[in-house]
Design a protein around this ligand. Structure first.
Ligand SMILES: [Zn+2]
Length: 256
């Protein structure tokens, strides 16, 4: 364990991607960089696409045990583990509303949008730090930007307009729900990574936009207020609360 070179007393573990915060504790452990809590709910084996060892558009079934890396110290890993619990509960509700649609009454459940957004940022940082992102077939450097780390550990907020753009869809592959798709988004010219697109369970699309010049996909809505799953006059709603920069946008999804 080393001291941070700038004279502060915090510990920084060079193998922890959050070492710039200068308060690392404990050793490095092998952890799921997607969130084991979510992965278990998706299934023991899931379909993944977007990894550097895959061709564009290729998907492959992998065991969830393979989606691990040693990228955080014990303290920083523990601090982020609450996000894993939150995304697990959120995904269970999402799946219930879509696969077990209760046609007898409309319901709503509200989640903290920032937790979902930070979970997406955790995944993106994990993919970068573990070397699991590539652009045009070339792996990108395992460097996670300091401002993203500070946002991830709640030392600062996302600037307005940056963060999660959300959409949900029930498409022709539905209900093939044991899937996670992820692809980095990068600047056309510089090729710097500036975000990522995640599709969880074939239903929830999150474009996490981390740089001003990266544009979300057309349907994505910034910090939406409601996802309304609708069928026969009944609506099952997932609501999002946002402390910062929430919108009043609703996304309506027709169930069939
Ligand atoms: Zn650390």
């Amino acid at each position: 364990m080393n001291k941070k070179p700038n004279g502060s007393q915090g510990h920084f573990n060079p193998k922890c991607f959050a070492s710039v915060l200068a308060n690392c504790e404990g050793g490095i452990s092998r952890e799921h960089y997607v969130s084991s809590n979510l992965l278990r709910r998706l299934g023991e084996a899931i379909t993944v696409s977007g990894f550097p060892w895959q061709k564009p558009g290729e998907s492959r079934i992998v065991g969830i045990g393979s989606l691990t890396a040693k990228i955080l110290c014990e303290k920083h890993n523990k601090e982020l583990s609450k996000l894993d619990d939150k995304i697990g509960v959120f995904f269970s509700t999402l799946r219930k509303y879509t696969t077990e649609f209760n046609e007898s009454k409309s319901v709503i459940q509200v989640f903290n949008g920032e937790n979902i957004e930070l979970w997406a940022l955790k995944v993106v940082c994990g993919f970068i730090a573990s070397g699991n992102f590539s652009i045009d077939g070339e792996p990108i450097p395992k460097y996670v930007r300091e401002d993203w780390i500070k946002i991830l550990f709640s030392k600062k907020s996302f600037p307005p307009g940056l963060g999660a753009y959300v959409f949900a869809k029930i498409n022709d592959r539905y209900p093939v729900a044991h899937s996670l798709e992820i692809a980095p988004r990068c600047h056309n010219v510089s090729k710097n990574i500036g975000g990522a697109s995640l599709i969880v369970g074939g239903i929830l699309n999150i474009d996490l936009i981390l740089m001003d010049d990266i544009k979300p996909s057309e349907n994505q809505r910034y910090h939406p207020k409601f996802l309304n799953f609708k069928k026969n006059g009944i609506t099952q709603t997932i609501g999002f609360s946002w402390a910062n920069n929430g919108s009043i946008e609703s996304i309506d999804i027709d169930m069939f």
